[in-house]
Design a protein around this ligand. Structure first.
Ligand code: INI
Length: 146
């Protein structure tokens, strides 16, 4: 694995959605564990909960505008249902995160799963196995070093 030039100062904000929290909770746990492993103690991490993925971009933008926030990690799970709602929530959440990143010039990490099934989401939010929250933490650290 590549050695990252990890900053020893600055803070990371995490926005996490309550919708499908049986997935977003394990994403958050792995994300926090990875940040801690990299030397980020609690004082340098703030976690904000929002109702669903659709609400992530506004919270992420507000946090990214804060002077002391160096990167924002967004975590959640959009799981396909019976209707077009899935597409709207997933697409607008992704677009909003990218907009917030480019507007503020701060890294915005897209750790929101968009899956067809609950099983696919669970396979990407494992404690010991693959976990997109862990990946999101590493992506944030990498982007903060640029
Ligand atoms: N929010 C999610 O985070 N994941 C979903 O799968 C989801 N679905 O499928 O409906 C979802 N909807 C809620 C949405 O994010 C908003 O919270 C809601 O529409 C209120 O604005």
């Amino acid at each position: 694995m590549a050695v990252l030039n990890i900053k020893k100062t600055g803070t990371i904000a995490i926005v996490v959605s309550r919708f499908n929290d049986f997935i977003s909770k394990p994403l958050l746990a792995a994300c926090l564990a990875e940040l801690k492993k990299a030397g980020f103690d609690d004082e340098r991490i703030s976690t904000v909960w929002v109702p669903g993925a659709f609400e992530i971009p506004l919270a992420a933008l507000k946090l990214a505008k804060k002077k002391d926030v160096d990167a924002v990690i967004c975590l959640g799970a959009v799981i396909r249902g019976q209707t077009y709602h899935f597409e709207v929530v997933a697409n607008e959440a992704a677009r909003g995160m990218m907009d917030a990143s480019l507007l503020t010039g701060k890294p915005m990490i897209m750790g929101v799963l968009t899956t067809d099934t609950v099983d696919q989401a669970q396979k990407r939010a494992q404690d010991k196995g693959p976990n997109k929250g862990r990946d999101a933490a590493r992506a944030a650290l990498e982007m903060m070093a640029i």
